[in-house]
Design a binder for this molecule. Structure first.
Ligand code: URA
Ligand code: SF4
Length: 189
């Protein structure tokens, strides 16, 4: 499957009810052969309007977080979400919706071939690292799955709601920086 084929199939996907309420598909953005991939939950209002992941308030905070680590979507990472269409009223995507959409993400992962995947928030961590994942306990930890290193961070929306989580996230970002230096140091050169 090529990127163009995948994008076309995803654009025309009607596998779940989220298709009905969305304005734009939010497929993904960034560098298509990046070694670091970030996966959020699903598009919000701004993302749905623009068709681009993480461009609203949470996205602006994510860009600051990426900068701390030496990452940027223009240069060295790829960003997408578990579901590609906006859930109404920004509710969490249901299990059915996540299962309907996950194949698109799996195909994206096959194309990007990342060395490191950063899960943004509980929904992505439970889908990609483990069903019982507790974000408050295991954020910042490193998990091996199929030759890829996974780390989960608090979702930037959670950091906007609760600033007390920010110092821990700063430490997690330092761990992520070290992990990149360990696994794929050329990313930061
Ligand atoms: N929150 C997400 O999880 N993803 C986005 O693209 C924007 C906000
Ligand atoms: Fe298809 Fe995913 Fe959109 Fe559901 S959210 S319609 S599975 S692309």
């Amino acid at each position: 499957m090529t990127w163009e084929e995948l994008n076309f199939l995803c654009l025309n996907c009607t596998k779940c009810q989220l298709r009905k309420g969305r304005h734009n598909l939010v497929f993904g953005a960034g560098v298509r052969d990046a070694d670091v991939m970030l996966v959020g939950e699903g598009p919000g209002e701004t993302e749905d309007r623009e068709g681009v992941p993480f461009v609203g308030r949470a996205g602006q905070l994510l860009d600051v977080m990426l900068e701390i680590v030496g990452l940027s979507r223009d240069k060295n990472c790829y960003i997408t979400n578990i579901v590609k269409c906006r859930p109404p009223e920004n509710r969490d995507p249901t299990d059915e919706e996540q299962q309907a959409c996950i194949d698109w993400l799996r195909q994206q992962i096959e194309l990007v071939k990342p060395k490191i995947i950063v899960c943004l928030g509980r929904i992505a961590a439970r889908e990609l690292i483990g069903k019982e994942f507790k974000i408050s306990v295991s954020h910042g930890g490193i998990f091996d799955r199929n030759d890829i290193k996974y780390m989960a961070l608090y979702h930037p929306s959670a950091l906007l709601r609760d600033e007390s989580k920010r110092p821990e996230t700063f430490l997690d970002l330092k761990k992520l920086h070290r992990l990149i230096l360990d696994v794929c140091p050329w990313v930061l050169q």
